[in-house]
Design a protein around this ligand. Structure first.
Ligand code: CA
Length: 232
């Protein structure tokens, strides 16, 4: 029997918490709740959640401090809820170690999709990562370096392939430029960011940018890129 993934919601607004409880419960997760920062940290230690949904504006200890303290000792995925759509908040959160963010008011479908994407990223029980990514539109065979779009082969350069592999392994979440450089180019200095930019341009062209009016490789300004499947 598989155990339900456990989501810890740290949120002081009872209406939001109740709606998340229903939504995530329906999506098949077990949900625990904390209404302020210190309680959230306590719950995090006691309940060992698989994922944390963290509000920024919290009583007693704000979300920034909670984020820092969780990240200090742990890699559990964290989805930030930010009230303001401020770009600086998003960047601050992502640089602080959050895995993704949503701005209130968010759509329920989007929230469930992001939670699912973050949980899929976890290797099950520390096993090896899956050897194939397939979302029904794009298929990436990591071992054989093969990519197909709607069943049609796409020829990528080695750099394009490595970049795409990094993005789809973390499908639905934002990957920073420095993470991309480190993982796709083994470059820890972060100085070669224009390589990422140019490779993204090539990838977008080959993945049919413009056909659907949707950027498959989304640019999150000031931070990085995200692979997002188009609605086709
Ligand atoms: Ca709040």
């Amino acid at each position: 029997m598989t155990e339900l993934a456990k989501v810890l919601v740290i949120e002081d607004d009872a209406d939001i918490w109740r709606s998340l409880q229903v939504l995530l419960g329906r999506a098949g997760y077990s949900v625990v709740w904390a209404g302020d920062g210190p309680e959230g940290l306590r719950r995090f230690e006691d309940d060992r959640p698989d994922l944390v949904i963290l509000d920024i504006g919290l009583p007693r200890l704000d979300g920034w401090s909670v984020l820092e303290r969780i990240r200090h000792r742990n890699e559990t995925p964290i989805l930030l809820l930010t009230a303001r759509g401020l770009e600086t908040d998003k960047v601050r959160g992502l640089l602080g170690g959050a895995d993704d963010y949503l701005t209130k008011p968010y759509s329920n479908n989007e929230l469930v999709a992001r939670v699912g994407a973050l949980l899929r990223r976890l290797p099950p029980n520390g096993d090896a990562e899956p050897s194939v990514f397939d979302d029904g539109w794009l298929r990436v065979d990591f071992a054989n370096h093969e990519v197909t779009l709607d069943g049609v082969d796409v020829r990528l350069t080695p750099a394009e392939f490595r970049l795409l592999a990094v993005l789809v392994r973390r499908s639905g979440t934002v990957v920073s430029r420095s993470d991309i450089l480190e993982q796709a180019w083994k470059d820890r200095t972060g100085t070669g960011q224009s390589r990422v930019k140019f490779t993204v341009v090539g990838l977008r062209r080959k993945l049919g940018e413009g056909l659907t009016g949707h950027n498959v490789i989304e640019n999150v300004r000031g931070f990085g890129y995200r692979y997002a499947r188009p609605n086709v």
